[in-house]
Write a protein that binds this ligand. Structure first.
Ligand code: ACO
Length: 433
C-alpha cells in the first residue's frame, strides 16, 4: 500500500462507505488480495476480502512452468510451443524440461531415461492390493488407490525438503505410473500382470504391459507408440488446473508426494476434468448415428446436458492440443482403421462451431474431444482414458508440487470464506427441539 498518488504502479480504490482512498501496489498486473485487508469501516472490522468462488480470477501462485493464452489458443511449456515439443521431442524429454526447466542434452536425456526406466517395477505387494479390488473396479479408482499406497512403501519420501528424495520421487512416480495403470487394466480383464520391459521406450513399455499376451517380446507398432508418446506430451502440464491445484493444495500441508499425487489423480477422475474424454465416448455412443446429432445439439442448448469435450475455463479459442490430436488421429486411423464414431464427432464439431449458442459462449473442442477416439482405436477401453491422462500429467503435478515447495511466499493453502450462517445461539435441550 502506498500513499495516494506516489506511484503509477498502483490501483486507487475509493471506499464509498467511508470516503477513504487507498493506493494498492500493482505487480505483474496483479494486486495482492491481502492488501485489501486494511480497507475497513471500523478499526475492529476484519477488513475487506476478495470473493472468488472457483478461483475465476485469482492467481494462487507465481509459476515459470506453463504459459497459456486462452484467447489466442497458445500453450507453452517453459517457453517452448506445444506444437514444436509434440513434433520434436519424446515424452521423457518433455518431462525433464517441465521438471528441470531446460531441455536435456543427449547425455542428460540418457541418464534421465535410465533413471526412470530402472524405477518402473513396483513392489510385489502392490499386486496383492490390486487383487483386493472388486472384479469390476474402475481402473482410475485402482490407480488412485495404489498411488496413495506407494507412500507406505517409500516412507523417506516424507523428507520433502531433501532434493535427493524429491528426485527419487520423480523417477519413481514417472516410472511407476504406467505400471500401476497397466496393472489396473490387467486386473480388470483378469489377465496376468506383465512386468516392465526395460528395453522398450516409455510408451512402448506401457503398451507391452497393457497388451502383451503370449509373445516372448512385445513389439509395439511404431506409429501407435509415437502417437501415445505425443498424447503424453500434450497432457504433461496445463498450469493451475483442478488437479494441479489439488497437488499444490494437498502438498502444501507437507504430506508426502505420493499422497499428494493420489489427491491430484482423484481430482483428475471427475468428468469435468480428466474424466471428460471418457464422457465424450459415452456421449458419442449415446448419440449413435449421424442423424441424431442435430437433436442432441438441441438438447444441449436447452440445458439438458453438455457437449462433452467442448468448452474450457481458460481456452476461449480452439485448444491447441485438440488441433494436434486431430492430425494425430489420421495417422493412427491409417494403422487401426477409422473409428466409426469419428464421423459423429466431426459432425458435432461442424455444427457447434457455427451455432450461435457455442460461438457466443466461445465453446471450442478441448483436448478430450478427439483423444478418446484415438485411445479407443488403439484398443484402450473407455474407463482407462482418465488413467492415460494421469500418466502424462504426472510430470506436471510433480513440477507444480516442487515449485510450490520452493516458493518462499507459499504456505499451507487455506482459503477464507464469507460466513452467512446463523449468529450465536444457545443449544436447546433435545426435548425442546
Ligand atoms: N456444452 C454446453 N454448454 C456449455 C459447455 C458444454 N460443454 N461448457 C460450457 N457451457 C455453457 C454453460 O452452460 C454456460 O452457459 P450459460 O452462460 O448460459 O449458463 C457457459 O457455457 C459457461 O460455462 P461454465 O460452466 O460457466 O464454464 P466453466 O469455465 O466453469 O467450465 C468446463 C469449463 C467445466 C470445461 C465446461 O466447459 C464443461 O463442463 N465442459 C464439458 C466437460 C469437458 O469437456 N471437460 C474437459 C475440460 S478440459 C480438461 O479438463 C482436460
Amino acid at each position: 500500500m502506498h500513499a495516494s498518488g506516489t506511484s503509477t504502479n498502483t490501483l486507487t480504490i475509493v471506499d464509498n462507505r467511508t470516503g477513504k482512498k487507498y493506493d494498492i501496489a500493482v505487480e505483474n498486473d496483479t494486486i495482492r488480495a491481502i492488501d485489501l485487508r486494511q480497507i475497513k469501516v471500523n478499526p475492529d472490522d476484519f477488513g475487506m476480502m476478495s470473493y472468488d468462488p472457483a478461483f475465476m480470477n485469482t492467481a494462487s501462485c507465481k509459476s515459470t512452468i506453463t504459459f497459456i493464452d486462452g484467447d489466442k489458443g497458445i500453450l507453452r511449456y517453459r517457453g517452448y510451443p506445444i506444437e514444436q515439443l509434440a513434433e520434436k521431442c519424446s515424452y521423457l524429454e518433455v518431462a525433464y524440461l517441465i521438471l528441470r526447466g531446460e531441455l536435456p542434452n543427449k547425455q542428460q536425456l540418457e541418464e534421465w531415461t535410465q533413471l526412470i526406466t530402472t524405477h518402473t517395477f513396483v513392489h510385489e505387494n502392490i499386486k496383492k492390493i490390486m487383487d483386493g479390488f472388486h472384479y469390476d473396479a474402475h481402473p482410475m479408482g485402482m490407480f488412485v488407490s495404489t498411488l496413495a499406497a506407494l507412500s507406505t512403501f517409500y516412507p523417506t519420501a516424507k523428507r520433502i525438503q531433501d532434493p535427493a528424495e524429491r528426485d527419487l520421487t520423480f523417477f519413481r512416480l514417472i516410472g511407476k505410473a504406467p505400471t500401476l495403470a497397466a496393472f489396473a487394466y490387467r486386473r480388470s480383464v483378469g489377465m496376468p500382470y506383465v512386468h516392465p520391459d526395460n528395453e522398450l521406450s516409455y510408451a512402448g513399455n506401457f503398451l507391452s504391459m497393457m497388451f502383451k499376451v503370449a509373445e516372448p517380446t512385445y513389439a509395439p507398432h511404431p506409429v501407435l507408440e509415437r502417437a501415445l508418446d505425443v498424447l503424453f506430451i500434450l497432457h504433461a502440464d496445463h498450469e493451475q488446473n483442478c488437479s494441479a491445484n489439488a497437488m499444490r493444495g494437498v502438498g502444501s500441508s507437507h504430506v508426502d508426494p505420493y499422497s499428494a499425487a493420489a489427491a491430484a489423480a482423484a481430482a483428475l477422475y471427475g468428468p469435468l476434468h480428466g474424466g471428460a474424454n471418457e464422457a465424450v465416448l459415452r456421449m458419442l455412443d449415446e448419440i449413435g448415428t449421424m442423424e441424431k446429432v442435430p437433436a442432441f445439439i438441441k438438447e444441449v442448448k436447452e440445458g439438458k446436458g453438455r457437449l462433452m469435450g467442448f468448452g474450457h475455463r481458460v481456452y476461449k479459442n480452439y485448444d491447441p492440443r485438440a488441433s494436434i490430436i486431430k492430425k494425430l488421429a489420421d495417422q493412427v486411423f491409417e494403422v487401426t482403421g477409422r473409428n466409426p464414431k469419428l464421423e459423429i464427432a466431426l459432425e458435432l464439431e461442424r455444427i457447434a462451431l457455427q451455432d450461435d449458442y457455442f460461438v457466443k459462449r466461445k465453446l471450442y473442442p478441448n483436448v478430450d474431444f478427439y483423444s478418446g477416439l484415438i485411445y479407443q482405436a488403439m484398443r484402450f477401453p473407455v474407463d482407462m482414458f482418465p488413467v492415460l491422462f494421469a500418466i502424462g500429467r504426472m510430470s506436471g503435478w510433480l513440477a507444480q508440487w516442487q515449485e510450490m515447495l520452493q516458493d518462499s511466499e507459499q504456505k499451507i493453502a487455506r482459503p477464507r470464506q464469507v460466513y452467512l450462517g446463523s449468529g450465536n445461539r444457545d443449544v436447546p435441550m433435545l426435548s425442546k427441539r
